[in-house]
Design a protein. Structure first.
Ligand code: CP
Length: 338
């Protein structure tokens, strides 16, 4: 039987998605369990993390398991991912051995591997995650590559709580680009687009220029999602009309895809849109919207203090939910389906 990985929420049926969220809701009230008793999890971080690392380590322990955290290239050997590579560079071992050896030790493998930000045509293929999944003999969990599916589940759980429903049809969801001095990963924006369209929201992608529209593979998946869920999808570059009547505002900064590997010309465009920062005046245009962000967030750059400290900000709840949803994902992959 094929191994069931957790690489994208698009791989889950709508029913599985709902059951995972229900299971996560259960973990909110029942902190400890034995779903991972006697089991172990390897968590590989090729990039920094605070929330993901803490919530996966704690979640594993709370379910009776043991987590091993590795940072290849820092406290573990650097890994080569290219097939047939002549390994005369820095990497000491190949993914073909790493994934198979870890599969002999542990029951689940989590991986964080951001894009290299040099060539989007290469990064958009998510080869590092796919090669782990191909070589591993145990389930692999995406802890953020070009998607962040664990964040999606945590976000969906927060929206269920804040909007008091599981049926989001007819609600307006604004995914807004916001300012950051550096070009960041598109993963959370891609993921927000997928989950909001999957849940049936009327989604507006608000970004400075057409160059900031997300990768076509995810736009296409989002269009497929709304066709099924009864939602809608539009693109806007106009702040006032996009925020108008919104029920949810989700903010994220990301680099414009055409500039991957040549970020110089993107900088002036980015800097000309500092006013995309989420502030009280923009939130006043909404239908008392819930605001959120995946964190980490630079205050008064991406969103103001007033927005982050407002009752309508769900970012801390969403961060807490990472613990609950990941416990549900790990319990599912290590045992029977929820
Ligand atoms: N949101 C999120 O994944 O946070 P970390 O980068 O701190 O893990």
């Amino acid at each position: 039987m094929a191994i069931r990985h957790f690489l994208s929420t698009q791989d889950l049926s709508r029913d599985e998605l709902e059951r995972l969220l229900d299971a996560a809701d259960g973990y909110r009230n029942t902190k400890f369990g034995d779903a991972l008793r006697g089991k172990s999890v390897a968590l590989l971080f090729l990039n920094p993390s605070m929330r993901t690392r803490t919530s996966f380590e704690l979640g594993t322990w709370q379910l009776g398991g043991h987590a091993v955290v590795l940072q290849p290239g820092k406290d573990a050997w650097g890994i080569e991912f290219a097939p047939n590579a002549v390994m005369d560079g820095d990497a000491e071992e190949h993914i073909a051995e790493v994934a198979r050896v870890l599969s002999r030790y542990v029951d689940l493998i989590g991986l964080r591997a951001f894009p290299k930000f040099v060539d989007w045509q290469e990064d958009r293929q998510d080869k590092v995650l796919k090669s782990f999944a191909r070589h591993a003999a145990v389930p692999v969990i995406n802890m953020e590559t070009i998607l962040h599916p664990c964040q999606e589940l945590a976000h969906a759980m927060m929206l269920r709580d804040r909007l008091g429903t599981k049926d989001f049809r007819g609600r307006k969801y604004v995914l807004t680009w916001t300012y950051h001095p550096k070009p960041l990963n598109t993963a959370v924006a891609n993921s927000a687009l997928l989950i909001a369209t999957r849940l049936g929201f009327d989604v507006t992608l608000l970004c400075p220029t057409p160059e900031y529209v997300l990768d076509e593979q995810f736009m296409q998946q989002a269009r497929g999602n709304v066709a099924e869920s009864g939602g809608s999808l539009s693109i806007s570059h106009d702040i006032e009309s996009a925020y108008g009547g919104a029920d949810v505002v989700y903010a994220k900064s990301w680099g414009a895809l055409p500039y991957f590997g040549n970020w110089g010309p993107e900088k002036p465009i980015r800097d000309a849109h500092r006013h995309f920062m989420v502030d009280e005046a923009k939130m006043a245009l909404t239908n008392n919207a819930v605001f959120s962000h995946c964190l980490p967030l630079r205050r008064n750059i991406k969103a103001t203090d007033a927005v982050m400290d407002a009752d309508y900000c769900g970012a801390i709840d969403e961060a807490e939910n990472r613990l609950h949803v990941q416990k549900a994902v790990m319990a599912w992959l290590a045992g029977p389906a929820p």
